[in-house]
Ligand binder design. Structure first.
Ligand SMILES: Cc1cc2nc3c(=O)[nH]c(=O)nc-3n(C[C@H](O)[C@H](O)[C@H](O)COP(=O)(O)O)c2cc1C
Length: 222
C-alpha cells in the first residue's frame, strides 16, 4: 500500500467516524463509557489485553490508573500484557515505508521484538498516559506511530484510554480525548471506556480521587 492509499483509508476512516458518531463520550472528568452490549462475541469471555503506558514515572499518577485497570481486568480473568514504553528501547518511525504497512519494521527494538505481536494478538488495547502539552507523551506516541508497520492487524480491536493531567480546566483533556477518538475511528477500534483524570499533578493527589477506583471498575467491566 502506498501513501496515497493510506491517505485514502485515513479519510474514509474519518468519514466513518464522523458518520457513526463513534459512540464516544466526549466529556472529560469522571466518565466511563461502556459499550459492552455491542462487542461481538467477546462478552464475558477471557480476553487478551495489552496496556501501553507512556509515563516516565514508574509510580506516578497514570501508572496508578494502569495498575488499577489491570487489577480489575485480571480479577475478571483477562490476560494482560503491559508495555511501559518509557522504560523500553524504542525508536520512532522514520517513514521509510519498508514495512509497506504489513511488517516487519526495520527497527529491531523492543516494539518489534517483544510488543508488536502482542498488539496484533490483543482483543483490547489500553492507552495510558499523562497529559504532556495537551497530548499523549512522546514515548506513547512513538509506539502508536509504529502501529503503521502492522496497521491492518491492529485494526478492529477494542480500546481504552486512561489519562492524568496536572491542571483542571476544560482544555486539560480536550486534545488527548479528540486524538483518541480520531485514532479509534481510523483503526476501527471500539471504545470500551475512558478514565480522564484532570487536576491530578501527583500520585498523592490522584490517590485521593475516585479515578483509581474508576480505572479498576473499567478493567472489571471488560
Ligand atoms: C513535560 C510535561 C508537560 C506537561 N503538560 C501538561 C499539560 O499540558 N496539561 C496538564 O494538565 N498537565 C501537564 N503536565 C503535568 C502532568 O500531566 C501531571 O503531573 C501528571 O500527573 C503526570 O503523570 P505521571 O505521574 O503518570 O507521569 C505536564 C508535565 C510535564 C512533565
Amino acid at each position: 500500500m502506498n501513501r496515497r492509499e493510506f491517505l485514502k483509508i485515513s479519510c474514509s476512516g474519518l468519514i466513518t467516524l464522523y458518520l457513526s458518531g463513534c459512540g464516544l463520550n466526549m466529556q472529560s472528568g469522571q466518565n466511563i463509557t461502556s459499550a459492552a452490549e455491542t462487542v461481538s462475541g467477546k462478552e464475558n469471555s477471557k480476553m487478551k489485553i495489552t496496556v501501553i503506558t507512556g509515563s516516565p514515572h514508574k509510580a506516578g499518577t497514570s501508572a496508578l490508573l494502569a495498575d488499577k485497570f489491570i487489577a480489575g481486568a485480571e480479577k475478571n480473568g483477562h490476560k494482560v500484557f503491559r508495555f511501559n514504553s518509557a522504560f523500553k528501547n524504542i525508536h520512532a518511525c522514520t517513514g521509510c515505508d519498508a514495512c509497506g504497512m504489513s511488517g516487519p519494521c526495520v527497527h529491531k527494538d523492543d516494539i518489534e521484538t517483544e510488543a508488536i505481536q502482542k498488539f496484533m494478538e490483543a482483543d483490547v488495547i489500553a492507552l495510558v498516559s499523562p497529559v504532556y502539552y495537551f497530548a499523549l507523551t512522546a514515548q506513547l506516541k512513538t509506539v502508536i506511530d509504529r502501529f503503521y508497520s502492522r496497521t491492518y492487524d491492529i485494526n478492529g480491536k477494542q480500546s481504552v484510554l486512561l489519562a492524568a493531567g496536572g491542571s483542571n480546566t476544560p482544555l486539560t483533556m480536550r486534545s488527548i480525548a479528540k486524538h483518541y477518538e480520531t485514532l479509534a475511528g481510523y483503526m476501527h477500534w471500539q471504545d470500551r471506556g475512558r478514565v480522564l483524570a484532570p487536576g491530578c499533578p501527583t500520585r498523592e493527589a490522584i490517590a485521593k480521587t475516585e479515578y483509581p477506583q474508576k480505572a479498576f471498575e473499567l478493567g472489571m467491566s471488560l
